[in-house]
Design a protein around this ligand. Structure first.
Ligand code: G5P
Ligand code: MG
Length: 255
């Protein structure tokens, strides 16, 4: 009789632990950040991640540019900073990102691109959300300056092109919508220099913050085509299986 009670207790404990684990897995969607200096390829790599995995991508730069094009108060204020290569004040960006994250279903994995960029932003984000992984693109500044002078952007979607690296199918037009491509105001050489300095002083220290938490993954290189297969392999290993297989199904379904 006593043995039956002990066995019942063990099986109850195992079932409860298993159920808790499953609930934990369901609730804790995968949250990642992609970091790197301006022009290191965050947008390009994010585009490939979204193409191959079921994950929501949120870019603080794209969100700010959307606010600028719809001439909102936040956009008008942010524009002054962006044009001069400075960071938009923490309060404004944190509110924008927090509001955008609340629109993402809790069960959806997400990838933040360009946020956080200051220690204040990183600490504020940590208070509200768990972060599983930080993907850092470590590309030399000299390579970046060359790239940004020939970048063309589809502002509504954030899709980026480069004359030498990934040119649009039709010159000056977005591949998907056919709408015109524009050069970003902050890609002028003097503003690029300022953005790189801002990165060095205010954003690079965040790498230590995430390294200390054991979640920093560095990818060093000069070409996205060399960095991408390593990032992809890493994500194949860490992303929950449904983020990989659901995407494959939807690709198959759409032919
Ligand atoms: P953004 O929009 O976040 P940045 O400065 O962080 O801007 P950016 O410029 O968008 O970063 P990226 O996304 O890292 O660069 O790079 P990308 O667009 O993919 O690639 C750059 C170019 O190189 C493209 O033309 C691409 O085709 C090409 N390329 C990629 N790989 C290769 C390759 O292998 N070879 C070659 N030849 N070319 C390649 O932020 C903008 C501003 O918004 C504000 C700030 O003012 C910021 O300056 N802001 C914030 N302010 C405060 N806090 C925040 N969190 C903020 N977030 C944004
Ligand atoms: Mg970008």
């Amino acid at each position: 009789m006593q043995w039956i009670c002990i066995l019942n207790y063990i099986s109850y404990t195992l079932v409860t632990a298993n159920a808790k684990m499953r609930i934990g897995n369901i609730r804790k969607a995968f949250h990642a950040i992609i970091m790197g200096p301006p022009g290191s390829g965050k947008g390009t790599v994010s585009g490939r991640i979204v193409r191959d995995f079921q994950i929501q991508h949120l870019s603080s730069g794209d969100l700010l540019r959307a606010e600028i094009s719809r001439k909102s108060a936040l956009g008008q204020e942010g524009k002054k900073y962006i044009e001069t290569g400075k960071l938009v004040p923490d309060g404004l960006v944190i509110d924008l990102i927090v509001a955008s994250l609340t629109k993402v279903p809790q069960s959806s994995p997400w990838l933040l691109d360009g946020f956080p960029r200051t220690m204040t932003q990183a600490k504020e984000l940590s208070k509200k959300q768990h972060i599983d992984s930080v993907i850092n693109l470590d590309v030399p500044f000299a390579i970046i300056k060359e790239r940004l002078s020939s970048r063309w952007t589809h502002l509504p979607s954030g899709r980026v092109y480069n004359i030498g690296f990934n040119p649009p199918k039709v010159p000056g037009k977005d591949d998907i919508t056919g709408e015109p491509l524009l050069q970003r105001d902050d890609d002028k050489p003097e503003t690029v220099q300022k953005r790189l300095e801002t990165y060095e002083n205010q954003t690079a220290p965040l790498l230590e913050f995430y390294d200390a938490q054991g979640i920093l993954h560095n990818y060093h290189g000069t070409k996205t085509d060399e960095i991408w297969p390593k990032v992809k392999e890493y994500l194949m290993n860490v992303l929950p299986q449904q983020c990989v297989s659901k995407k494959k199904e939807s690709i198959r379904a759409s032919g």
